[in-house]
Write a protein that binds this ligand. Structure first.
Ligand code: NAD
Ligand code: ZN
Length: 236
């Protein structure tokens, strides 16, 4: 593992599964009992606003009942100790990476603990229910706050920064993601194109396993601490 300085780590719902948060395509292909097209699209929000707001209210409330697991903690340790460039790009909308202590982190699909105002575009930290008519703190409009979540068909956050990091990466790691949601599913090919080594850690082979130099199968809470230990031990 010599010659590795710049690392990009992509995480998905699998990294939070052992903390008790359901994955996207859990049993029956549903996310917490709902079809994703009924919840995670701008059309669903327009058609059935209260259902969508209530769904995300429940996901936000559930965060108070869970805590980071050994995988989040190992990545936070790596973030703290790694002397080179490092960026954790999470598809997760939970806050478990930051609660474990990670700081070099971006949420490409938004965050449960944030609101987005449809009137003025302001994003702001948000902890309560969105069904209670809270006014936007920036423009004062009523009933314009929605979850700050990137729905299908919307542009993920910070793609420029992600592309820059991928183009500089010596190592790209993907953890707990099904490789089904683009553009994240394409990051492994970008990273390889720019010469990075690529490694996948997942419970079972993802749709994109084929694109990785190496795949290790198992639970994130075991594989991630093991891998972080190896990497830090072999540091240049
Ligand atoms: P996904 O549900 O499509 O895939 C999860 C992957 O994790 C699967 O391949 C599964 O085999 C693997 N996995 C499950 N348990 C694991 C474990 N203990 N250890 C290692 N791997 C495990 O999730 P995704 O690819 O992240 O889907 C993307 C969308 O789901 C994102 O846009 C995200 O916003 C949304 N989502 C987020 C959360 C969250 O924030 N915790 C939860 C559900 C869905
Ligand atoms: Zn506003």
């Amino acid at each position: 593992m010599s010659g590795i300085h710049n690392i990009v780590i992509l995480t998905g719902a699998g990294v939070s599964a052992e903390s008790g948060l359901g994955t996207f395509r859990g049993p029956g292909g549903l996310w917490e009992g709902h079809r994703v097209e009924d919840i995670c699209t701008p059309e669903a929000l327009a058609r059935n606003r209260d259902l969508v707001l209530d769904f995300y209210d429940q996901r936000r409330a559930a965060l108070a009942t869970v805590k980071p697991n050994a995988a989040h903690e190992a990545l936070a340790r790596l973030d703290c100790e790694w002397p080179g460039e490092l960026l954790i790009v999470t598809q997760n909308v939970d806050d478990l990476h930051e609660r474990a202590g990670a700081t070099r982190l971006l949420h490409m699909h938004g965050e449960l603990m944030s609101s987005l105002c449809e009137a003025c575009g302001a994003r702001a930290g948000y902890g309560g229910s969105m069904l209670d008519g809270t006014l936007c703190g920036s423009c004062g409009a009523a009933d314009t706050l929605r979850p700050d979540i990137v729905f299908f068909g919307e542009m993920p956050y910070e793609m420029d920064r992600i592309d820059r990091a991928l183009s500089r990466a010596d190592l790209f790691l993907s953890i707990g993601t099904s490789g089904a949601v683009y553009p994240a599913a394409g990051f492994v090919r970008s990273a390889r194109h720019f010469g990075a080594q690529t490694l996948e850690l997942n419970l079972d082979p993802s749709e994109g396993s084929f694109f990785f130099h190496e795949s290790r199968m198992g639970a994130a809470s075991e594989l991630v601490p093991e891998w972080v230990g190896e990497l830090l031990a072999a540091r240049d």
